[in-house]
Ligand binder design. Structure first.
Ligand SMILES: [Zn+2]
Length: 87
């Protein structure tokens, strides 16, 4: 699952297919163009959730104590499935 982080307002949100979404301040935006590929503007920092570990954590949510960890990562500057679009 791809999300973007805005370094200006710290919003983090999931991209949608063919629906451009914007952060709170409006400086970062992006969308999926199909199930794998996305386009974002240059301000946005793409992050990813490891789907399998995220689903496992959701299904194993603890009642108390520490939360259930899952794997998230910052996507590299150069990534074949993400196109940078111009403002
Ligand atoms: Zn923002």
């Amino acid at each position: 699952m791809k999300l973007i982080f805005c370094p200006h307002c710290q919003d983090v949100f999931k991209l949608q297919i063919n629906e451009m979404r914007y952060c709170k301040c409006g400086k970062s935006y992006g969308q999926y163009t199909d199930n794998i590929n996305a386009e974002i503007n240059k301000e946005a920092i793409p992050i990813g959730f490891s789907n399998s570990t995220f689903i496992y954590a959701l299904l194993n949510r603890p009642e108390t104590g520490l939360g259930k960890e899952f794997c998230a990562f910052v996507i590299p500057n150069h990534c074949e499935s993400i196109k940078i679009i111009e403002d």
